[in-house]
Design a protein around this ligand. Structure first.
Ligand code: ZN
Ligand code: ZN
Length: 683
């Protein structure tokens, strides 16, 4: 007899790990136990040496699909006399917390089948889940991942559910959110008065949606605002209520077949849509599509996704049509996730709210991934991915990285693991800043990380400046915005040698106090030299120039020598305004210098008459890209000159040519756009 002790670290809780261990041990006739610990899973098996070794090999080769083993340590110990049978023991909460928590997992095919099977006891039950699927990150209060530390704590398992929960042979063995209509959470449709609507909640909600109404729907990490995607008036009404004029809205479809009716689905996009993360996937619309323009007026792409909770499946089955599903929040505020918050908007933004009594412990927005360039580009890494760790190239100790002000996420590290937070948003909003602070302390507790080092963006005016002062850490390190971008890119691609990094960005604080954003840095992970940058232009009115791209058109054309009076040809700006901007620039009044790449795209978009003032970040560039015609190979001129210690890349020549082409109607906007894109690439 031999006894093997095995410690496994990584994402091994909440992914069906212990039942797999149990099955493998039972197959090999080994005795012993498995248990969750705060560091992962501990196993002891007893039997012949070969059998025990064979067991470990099988576990390494065939772990549960959603597990991510970071490390396995094993050693032989003396056999135990009365070792009989194999058992799953209660969790131990001793030791350092390093076990990963899985992200929320989209409903699996087996649960979906049961959900739609009239003979199943969970037929039509909107909270069906199993060891392979269901909420995780958004219901966990602390580790280890056990029911008593989740928002399922208050739901006592009924006899049948308990039987499944305790039977290692069952698909629901140890599934913490396990529930059924007898013992689990319940759904209700609530009116603005706060009273439940009579009838079946899903059916009633579907009826409201089909009549053009707007319903707040409770999802995994927060509420969606939902309306019929086919109903142009409803979509416009939702836009008006949410104060979201043009930015694209995501649409949820019943099935992949339905998406294929509307969009050009590549095999990669299909795989992504059906993955257990089930992100919003940005893909190209077909020319003849039924979804009205107003869902995504600026682009030919549409953000689409599949129902990822049983509730979504039931709702879409009932409506029979795709639904707009956009996060329910006010501008610059975090996604709504509590009953109190949803009642504040019901009767205003939403007509009704489809709610339930399983609490959302942690807000988490949908992830957004684009597949449009032949490979995946993660636009927002949140639900379905967070809190999976990213493996670093070096042991980095414990660091808290605060991220930037716009589209904020922060990051905690432990050794070689980096835990990037869910999407937080624009920190200039007070509620987002509170959400940011709360999540930092929450994730520090959850992962038991007490950072030695605080790293933050060197911008002196960010909303988290006070937080930096108050935070206790041995070392506080300011990081230049674009160096952070390039270091992140190096880490993602596992490049550890010095690089020439390009950061083509909108806005970041530069070391010289100017606004950087078109940067060529010779960098490694700890140092950098600014070897080159886009030519500087003035931003008349500072941030106002970001919201009004036409200001950049005026500024850059004046700089390039175009006379003031000729600029009257620009759309969306009066002669008087042009004169004011010119004076501001000449006298240096509230007109900071910028080397931003985004501002050049803004200028060209405005010169082309596509966008003189923007209703969301990046709108001018989105419209310019959308306008580009395929197959154009020409380009405009550009130049490079030495500017003090670094090189400056100037597109002034191109800007003047674009202005000529537009004002003299020499070229179509589609050709101009393509030629400009070619010029930037060539530059
Ligand atoms: Zn399942
Ligand atoms: Zn039950």
């Amino acid at each position: 007899m031999n006894r093997l002790h095995i410690d496994i670290n990584g994402k091994v809780q909440g992914v069906g790990f212990r039942p797999t261990v149990y099955r493998y041990a039972a197959d090999a006739n080994l005795s012993g136990f498995v248990m969750n610990s705060s560091t992962g899973v501990n196993i002891e098996v007893q039997g012949s040496k070969e059998t025990a070794e064979g067991f470990l090999i099988r576990l390494k080769k065939h772990p549960p699909v959603q597990a991510d083993i970071q490390r396995i340590d094993s050693y032989w110990m003396s056999p135990v006399d009365d070792s009989e049978g194999f058992s799953i023991l209660d969790s131990s909460s001793r030791g350092e917390v390093s076990a990963g928590i899985p992200p929320d997992i989209a409903v699996c095919s087996e649960c979906k089948q049961e959900l739609l099977d009239p003979l199943d006891r969970r037929f039509g039950y909107p909270f069906i889940n199993c060891t392979n699927c269901g909420p995780r990150f958004t219901i966990v209060k602390r580790l280890p991942y056990d029911r008593e530390f989740t928002s399922m704590e208050g739901f006592k398992l009924c006899r049948e559910c308990l039987k499944e929960y305790t039977d290692p042979e069952d698909r629901r063995f140890d599934a913490q959110p396990n529930a059924c209509p007898v013992c689990g959470p319940e759904l209700s449709l609530v009116s603005p008065a706060g009273t439940p609507v009579n009838g079946k909640p899903v059916k009633e909600a579907a009826g409201i949606l089909l009549k053009g109404g707007i319903v707040a729907v409770k999802g995994l990490g927060g509420y969606h605002l939902s309306c019929s995607a086919y109903d142009e008036d409803a979509v416009n009404e939702l836009r008006a209520r949410k104060n979201r004029e043009h930015k694209s809205l995501a649409v949820m479809f019943r099935s992949i077949e339905d998406i294929k009716e509307e969009c050009l689905v590549t095999p990669d996009a299909e795989q992504l849509l059906e993955s257990y993360a089930a992100p919003i996937t940005v893909i190209e619309k077909k020319h003849r599509a039924d979804i009205p323009e107003t869902a995504a007026p600026d682009t030919n792409d549409l953000g689409v996704f599949l129902p990822y909770t049983p509730l979504h499946i039931l709702l879409l089955k009932e409506t029979g049509i795709p639904l707009v599903m956009t996060s329910c929040n006010n501008t610059d505020e975090p996604i709504i996730s509590t009953e109190q918050e949803v009642m504040e908007v019901t009767g205003k933004t939403a007509d009704y709210a489809l709610v339930h009594n399983r609490d959302i412990v942690r807000k988490c927005d949908d992830s957004v991934i684009s597949t449009g360039w032949g490979h995946r580009v993660v636009l927002r890494r949140s639900r379905g991915y967070v809190p999976d760790s990213i493996t670093l190239m070096h042991d980095s100790g414990s660091i808290l990285g605060l991220g930037a002000q716009m589209k904020n996420t922060f990051c905690l590290t432990r050794g070689e693991s980096a835990f990037v937070s869910q999407h937080i948003g624009d920190l200039s909003g007070y509620r987002n800043l509170e959400f940011f602070k709360r999540e930092i302390s929450d994730l520090m507790n959850l992962f038991d990380i007490d950072p030695d080092i605080l790293a933050y963006d060197s911008h002196p005016g960010y909303a988290y400046t006070g937080f930096i002062e108050d935070f206790c850490a041995d070392t506080k390190v300011p990081v230049q915005h674009h160096h952070a971008h390039i270091a992140a890119c190096m880490t993602e691609n596992r490049v550890d040698s010095p690089v020439i990094g390009m950061a083509l960005d909108g806005t970041g604080y530069g070391d010289d106090g100017t606004v950087w954003g078109g940067e060529f840095l010779v960098a490694d992970l700890s140092t950098y030299k600014r070897a080159g940058h886009f030519k500087h232009y003035r931003m008349p009115g500072g941030d106002a120039a970001v919201i009004n791209p036409v200001r950049m058109a005026v500024s850059s054309l004046l700089d390039a020598g175009v006379p003031e009076e000729r600029l009257d040809l620009l759309k969306g700006v009066s002669g008087d305004e042009i004169r004011v901007f010119n004076r501001m620039i000449q006298r240096g009044i509230n007109s900071p210098l910028t080397s931003s790449c985004g501002r050049i795209f803004d200028a060209v978009s405005a010169i082309c008459g596509l966008c003189s003032s923007a209703t969301y970040e990046g709108q001018a560039a989105v419209r310019l890209q959308q306008a580009a015609e395929k197959g154009v190979t020409q380009r405009y001129g550009y130049s490079v000159f030495k500017d003090n210690a670094s090189y400056s890349l100037s597109f002034s020549e191109a800007l003047v040519s674009v202005f000529e082409d537009v004002s003299l109607c020499k070229r179509e906007v589609g050709v101009i756009s393509s030629m400009f894109h070619n010029t930037v690439a060539e530059g």
